[in-house]
Ligand binder design. Structure first.
Ligand code: SAH
Length: 259
């Protein structure tokens, strides 16, 4: 595969963007850097004319191919490497790296995997609930005022990925094909169910533990086969617990009848 063909494995995802101008400007810079997929999470695109004007006719094909997804989970399901972007630091979040460091670390995975770079809305950024889908967190280093304009943040990320790809050494050993977000989410929901059954997760602490578990698995880079194994273990675990509980209930009923 040609180095620049790798760019077709990258998608920009804008979550609930407010301003049409930012969507158009993001499409334009994506295409400047050879990236031709931009998707939106939101009910519909605002002011299509403004989007088209800011995108210019060069990036018109990107705008025409925008799909609006109702949830971020749905938009991310085909991607295996998911990078969230943020202007803010927060507890319970992953440690941020710069876009340059992120690009360097994920580029070997590009040949076999699809990568999504996720951007939040102009007013409030991505929520913790949205960031849970991301395995990596990218923050553009700034002086005191850390919040960039949305399209400018997209520009810096697209540039760093493009630069990284064109300067990538030919002998970089490619990373294997990883599990998709769809497979990972299905694994996490099985895990959550099993951990709830054994009361490891309660009402109060489940977000804390599930976030830590996500960070841990995010570092390991699971393949599709790995997620199947973990799901199978969880299912077996739940089935075993159910049998044990039924047996306990039967014993209680027998004892009740005997007394
Ligand atoms: N007021 C929001 C900023 C939103 S800016 C906040 O405080 O979070 C819109 C989006 O641009 C952000 O969600 C993020 O995706 C991107 N962005 C802005 N500044 C950034 C930075 N310094 N590093 C990485 N992404 C940034």
């Amino acid at each position: 595969m040609n180095k620049t063909d790798l760019l077709s494995h990258i998608s920009i995802i804008l979550v609930r963007p407010k301003y049409a101008g930012n969507i158009g400007a993001a499409a334009r810079i994506a295409w400047n850097m050879g990236i031709n997929s931009l998707q939106v999470v939101g009910s519909e695109l605002p002011e299509r004319e403004t989007i088209a004007r800011l995108a210019t006719h060069n990036a018109a094909h990107i705008v025409e191919n925008i799909t609006c997804y109702s949830t971020l989970k749905e938009a991310l399901s085909p991607f295996s490497v998911i990078i969230g972007t943020t202007a803010r630091r927060g507890r319970q979040r992953l440690t941020e790296k710069s876009p340059r460091e992120i690009a360097e670390s994920v580029l070997p995975a590009l040949a076999e995997n699809r990568i999504a770079i996720v951007f939040g809305p102009e007013d409030c950024g991505l929520t913790n609930e949205e960031l849970k889908y991301c395995q990596l967190l990218s923050a553009i280093p700034t002086a005191d005022f850390s919040s960039l304009n949305l399209a400018q943040a997209v520009a810096i990320h697209c540039y760093e990925f493009y630069y990284g790809i064109i300067h990538m050494q030919r002998d970089v050993s490619p990373a294997p094909r990883l599990a998709s977000s769809f497979e990972l989410e299905s694994m996490y929901s099985c895990l959550q169910e099993s951990l709830t059954h054994i009361h490891f997760l309660g009402d109060k602490n489940h977000l804390y533990w599930m976030n830590n578990i996500r960070h841990f698995f995010g570092r390991i880079k699971l393949t599709s086969k790995d997620t199947n194994i973990i799901r199978k273990v969880c299912r077996q675990f739940s089935a075993h617990l159910k049998t044990e509980r039924n047996r306990d209930d039967e014993h209680k009923t027998i004892r009740g009848k005997q007394s």
